[in-house]
Design a protein. Structure first.
Length: 318
């Protein structure tokens, strides 16, 4: 009986891997393997004939995209990544900063000596230790500090520090961070920049009684803000106190009064003030308000503008 032996040949990638793992493969051939198959750099790095420096030098010769491919492996030794980072060059540093296997000591080196692009790549990592974030928080470039302020692992102490940063973009980033404590947000409510104050108002919220009192006090203070956009945000806020709403109902800006008329939590007393507003658009907003009292609706029924009367009639007809 004829016996046939079926032999499955190795695929090209398996052949190259076998070559990288073969103790007899020469150093020059191993360097060529890094160039031809960057994804096998981890296997070349483990070869007894190759040093970390030589592997790093081979990686440094790759194009930006092939280098990223090589650094994608979590099995690449830390020593190779560290040696590569110290060779310099924006593309190389950025690739090492983004590599999942890069260790904290190498990341610290990049934060201390790397290009701004590399440092930014470090702080864009999803996981970053407290010491590395602290280093990023004192970086001379505001973009690095702002990214540190937005990082999901930034703690209360670091956020409080960055809330006092000289650059408004950094302070704005602190306010946008969902983990920023209420106490830090309230401290930012007096910021010199209106964009920061506006962001604070939109973020103010609390789920406990003491915190709610602090929120109401901050909103009441910002109702006197010199910028319309901030007062408008206060008027639209669901936690704005009733007394503050009465003040905003007489605000000089129609945008503020319109925002108050639209806010679902505006009190009947404030709505009553708005029934005599000079803007027909403000009065129209009152027609559909859920808190409109009988007195408010009666005033709207006698409004000088026919469009308001018609809108009220449509509401009553269902």
């Amino acid at each position: 009986m004829l016996v046939s032996w079926l032999i499955d040949p190795l695929t090209p990638s398996q052949t190259l891997l076998a070559e990288a793992l073969d103790p007899e493969t020469s150093a020059d051939r191993l360097v060529a393997l890094v160039r031809d198959a960057p994804g096998l750099a981890w296997a070349v790095a483990a070869h007894p004939r190759m040093s970390s420096q030589r592997v790093a030098a081979a990686l440094a010769e790759l194009s930006r995209w092939r280098l990223s491919e090589a650094l994608r492996s979590s099995r690449l030794p830390l020593a190779v990544l560290d040696a590569l980072a110290r060779m310099g060059g924006e593309d190389i540093e950025r690739a090492v900063a983004s590599a999942a296997a890069t260790g904290d000591s190498t990341l610290a080196h990049l934060l201390a000596s790397g290009t701004e692009v590399a440092r930014l790549s470090v702080v864009y990592r999803s996981t970053l230790s407290a010491p590395l974030l602290a280093r990023a928080a004192i970086d001379p470039a505001w973009r690095i500090r702002a990214r540190a302020a937005q990082h999901r692992m930034a703690g209360p102490t670091l956020l409080a520090q960055l809330a006092r940063d000289s650059d408004p973009e950094v302070r704005h980033a602190v306010v946008r961070n969902p983990k920023t404590p209420l106490s830090v947000l309230i401290a930012c409510a007096d910021d010199d920049e209106s964009d920061v104050r506006y962001a604070v108002v939109t973020r103010l919220t609390s789920h406990d009684a003491p915190g709610e009192l602090a929120v109401e006090a901050a909103l009441a203070q910002r109702a006197f803000d010199r910028e319309v956009i901030v007062r408008e945000a206060v008027a639209a806020h669901p936690s704005t106190p009733a007394a503050t709403q009465l003040q905003l109902a007489r605000d000089a800006s129609v945008r503020v009064r319109t925002a108050l008329a639209k806010c679902p939590s505006t009190t009947p007393a404030a709505l009553g003030v708005l029934t005599s507003d000079s803007s027909v658009w403000v009065r129209l907003e009152l027609v559909e308000h859920r808190n409109a009292s009988a007195e408010v609706l009666e005033a709207l029924a006698n409004d000088a503008a026919e469009c308001v009367q018609h809108a009220l009639a449509a509401r009553r007809m269902g």
